[in-house]
Structures are given as C-alpha cells and as structure tokens.
Design a binder for this molecule. Structure first.
Ligand code: R5P
Length: 259
C-alpha cells in the first residue's frame, strides 16, 4: 500500500484506537429527501465534531457542507438507480477527477452480490479500485442487500469476501449473528457496519458494541444517529463504544443525559 493510501486511511481509521465512527448521510442518492436529511447541512453540522469521517455524495457536499470543514470525506461515487426501480442497477456517477477535486479521503460504491446486476456492480468496484490504486485513494465497498437477500453471516461473508478479493480497502456491511465469521472472511481488510433502519437507541448501541467486540473497526452509521431524538447524544454514545470501549449500557447513559 502506498504512502498516500495509508495516510488517507489513517485520517479515517484513527491510529490511536484503530477504530472509526463514520457518519453516513448519502441516503438521498437513491431514496431522495430521507427523513432527517432534508436540510442536510443543519443536521450534519452539530454532529461533525464527533464523526471521524463523513460519507456523502458530491451534490450534497457542494450544496450543504462548508469547504472549510475539517473532516475526511468518504465520497459516494455510485448511483443511477432509485427506490422505484431495481436497486442493483447501479453505475459510477462521479469520476476520479472530481473525487480528487473534492479532496476525498476515500471513494465508495455498493456491490449487490446475488442481485440482478451483480456483475456490473462488481465491475464498478473493480474500476474504482484501479483508479484508487492509481491515485492513492482507498475504496470502501458497501455490501448492499437486496430485499430478497438474507442478512446472515454466510451471505454477508460471501459478499464481503468478494469485495476484498476484487481489491476493496475497507468493507461496509451489516451486523448479523456470527458476525465474527464475516470479519474473518475479510482477513486484514477493516470492516465497519451500517446501522440500517432506525432502531430503539439501546438496540442500536448494543449492535455497535457487538460489532466492535466481534472485530469490526467501527461503524458507518446514518439513520440511527440523525433520526434519533438526540442525534448529538447518540453519536457521542456510539463514539464512546467505538473509541473508549464503553458498554452499551454506559453509552446509553451518555445518550440519555444528552436529552
Ligand atoms: C446505503 O447504501 C447508504 O450508503 C447508507 O450510507 C448506509 O445504509 C448507512 O446508513 P444507515 O446507517 O442509515 O443504514
């Protein structure tokens, strides 16, 4: 791995703890004005001091984020589908030149293993890896799960390992029972979990705790933070689990006290 690639990863996965809290706000790229993100800038601004990286599209960053902000950007460079159509029909929407202009610390696309356009999404990932390797920009592969896919360790391990074999530098997947097997399938490639649909706060915190206990380096969480009744309290609580090794109960206290 070249110096630039290592340096960019170190901006995201903090060397002090080897962990990271990514804040995902890229949902609009296929589902439009997601609850909590209509005024994306207003939602994100108070959360930034507690996030290690921001996962976002180029349109959202240019419209809602101050360029003077001090946060590594994980740039969502894929899209082309919507919730009204086949989700796996994804293309690369942002070229590497624009990712460099934005000063992205990483680029990301989704891979739909088992989906109708499985091959095309794996091809998207392989092209991003080629571009990323050329310029020292790491690629975060998201194992997207179609409606019909089981989110079990066997499937997520299969999807994650395929992304590793294609060359992804970081993997984002879902938490599941036997999550340690998913992490194991990825070898030395760091794994983070998505939060998924909004859960009661305690459940989301327990999931984050279980994921890092099972070997994830952290989370790339969106709705369970920005759709909480206390988004700042929630990201502080998640941070305490990820970086300070707090239990879910201890983290819940942080969330409760913030209200
Ligand atoms: C989905 O592919 C999007 O990239 C989101 O960033 C991702 O699902 C994480 O957000 P959430 O925690 O809301 O699931």
């Amino acid at each position: 791995m070249n110096w630039g690639m290592k340096n960019r990863i170190s901006r995201i996965i903090k060397p002090k703890t080897g962990r990271c809290v990514m804040l995902a706000v890229d949902h609009g790229y296929f589902q439009g004005p997601t609850t909590g993100l209509s005024d994306l800038g207003k939602t994100v601004e108070p959360l930034l001091p507690y996030a290690d990286a921001l996962m976002i599209t180029r349109g959202a960053i240019r419209n809602w984020i101050d360029p003077a902000v001090d946060i590594p950007i994980i740039l969502r460079v894929s899209g082309g589908q919507s919730i009204l159509k086949e989700l796996s029909n994804e293309i690369i929407t942002t070229n590497i030149d624009d990712a460099i202009r934005i000063n992205a610390s990483a680029i990301t696309c989704s891979v739909y293993v088992g989906g109708e356009y499985e091959k095309e999404t794996i091809d998207n990932l392989s092209k991003l890896v080629d571009e990323g390797e050329k310029y020292g920009i790491p690629v975060l592969a998201v194992t997207a799960v179609g409606k019909e896919m089981a989110r079990d360790a066997r499937y997520l391990g299969l999807a994650s390992r395929i992304c590793v074999e294609i060359g992804a530098h970081m993997i984002k997947t879902y938490y599941t029972e036997d999550f340690g097997k998913v992490v194991e399938a990825c070898g030395n490639v760091p794994v983070v979990i998505a939060g998924g649909k909004k859960l009661p706060e305690m459940e989301a915190l327990q999931m984050a705790y279980n994921a890092v206990s099972d070997g994830a380096v952290g989370v790339d969480m969106g709705r369970n933070i920005f759709q909480s009744d206390s988004p700042v309290g929630m990201i502080q609580a998640v941070r305490a689990i990820v970086h300070e090794g707090k239990s879910a109960d201890e983290a819940y206290e942080i969330y409760e006290q913030s209200k």
